[in-house]
Write a protein that binds this ligand. Structure first.
Ligand code: FE2
Length: 180
């Protein structure tokens, strides 16, 4: 493959958790993360897991917790502390611009790689939005071991008053979520 457009950053991680309430309390108490949005499994058809969006400051989310109510999770209390966690959900790379993101989408398609989800606009507000959350445009691929990787651009930021600002500096009419 030719040289790829470089991502701006390794952005968020989405961890599977066995008990959402316990994990929300942990990340709030230990790291001071704010709870931005919380959505039930299948609230959007394509997302059969509960999703919990947490942030440090202005990013729409820095950490996502995912919980599948249909799954039986191994409990941390039953594990050797040096053994593995309940499960991996996905991690994400952010691109500098929509142009770079589109170039990477084209490159991945040309290489014949499978796009397992998207391209999709994660938004309940955007005219092309799927109903899901973050205001970003994303597609997803798998690494050779099946780890799901999100590639995205244009995620909203959240101002001090909890208002959502799109990637181009415009206030999004509707959501105001300092902390829920
Ligand atoms: Fe994500």
């Amino acid at each position: 493959m030719e040289q790829p457009p470089l991502a701006k950053s390794f952005h968020h991680m989405a961890l599977e958790v066995s008990e959402p309430e316990t994990s929300i309390a942990f990340y709030r108490d230990v790291f001071g993360l704010k709870l931005t949005e919380r959505h039930q499994a299948s609230e959007v058809e394509a997302i059969p897991v509960e999703l919990i969006f947490l942030r440090l400051a202005g990013n729409h989310h820095d950490l996502v917790l995912a919980h599948n109510p249909a799954k039986t999770y191994r409990k941390a209390a039953d594990m050797n502390p040096l053994d593995g966690p309940p499960g991996f959900h996905h991690f994400a790379f952010e691109y500098n611009s929509r142009e770079d993101w589109l170039a990477q989408l084209e490159r991945v398609e040309k290489a014949g790689m499978e796009i397992v989800r998207g391209p999709v606009v994660h938004s309940p507000w955007h005219p092309r939005g799927e109903g899901s959350w973050g205001e970003n445009e994303s597609f997803y691929i798998l690494d050779p071991d099946g780890h799901r990787i999100e590639l995205f651009c244009d995620m909203a930021s959240i101002g001090n008053d909890g208002s959502f600002i799109d990637a181009y500096g415009q206030k999004i009419e509707g959501p105001v979520v300092d902390e829920i």
